[in-house]
Design a protein around this ligand. Sequence first.
Ligand code: SF4
Length: 253
Amino acid sequence: MPEIIVSDQRIQADEDKPIIEILRKQGIEVPAMCYHPALSPAGECKLCAVEVVYPEKPAQVKLSCVIKPAEGMEIQTDNQRVQRARTTAFRNLAKFAPESGVIRRLAEKHGIDIGPPPDECIRCRLCIRACKELVGANALKIEKRNGIRYVAPRPGNRCIGCGTCASICPTGAIRQEDQNGLRIISIRDEIIGQNPLLQCENCGRYFATPKFLSRIEERTEDHPHVKEHHRYCPTCAKLLSDRIKSASRMKKI
Ligand code: SF4
């Protein structure tokens, strides 16, 4: 039986077994998705990478499902090179099966970040343009993470909670949730903005955020009659303005 060194420990290894089996027998967890002990190894998923040093040779990263023990061989299962190789392997698998929770959980278990989960965003940038050009908040941007472009909030809590991005998004990737007097705008599991909601002065319903109403006030400076209703929800504002209109009509009669 050849003697090999695994993470600085000397062990006698069965020469017929692949290294992955020997490591697992030692209680070392090695990720793998294409390996099965009853089948010949394929080396497809590449998750089981380890660093191997053969006597008098430089270190190499190899797939532990494919290699067998050799006298004096040294194996490292968790150094920087191994993590880099596994990260690449996990990310490649995630490209084939982006929705797979199994890949994500396994990567997490081995301390590997494969980037944020997939979203429903088609990168049309409607939300970014609306937020900048219509709302003037400029709260969103495209950000590259691990080589993939994502819609993400700009730093500085710029979101005013108007909800324009959520209503303009053609795929529903951006969500608006109003709960317990708070409006949360989010994409994936990331919060874009979190703003308190004001209650309508007439019916008490939560309807808009103070930042959004201030923005409306700024923009309606030349129309003071519009400002009269700015603490009313749209339904009450309409109701009250209809009443005012009919009252003034009555006066004329
Ligand atoms: S809810 Fe926030 S991010 Fe969306 S358009 Fe309004 S200000 Fe911009």
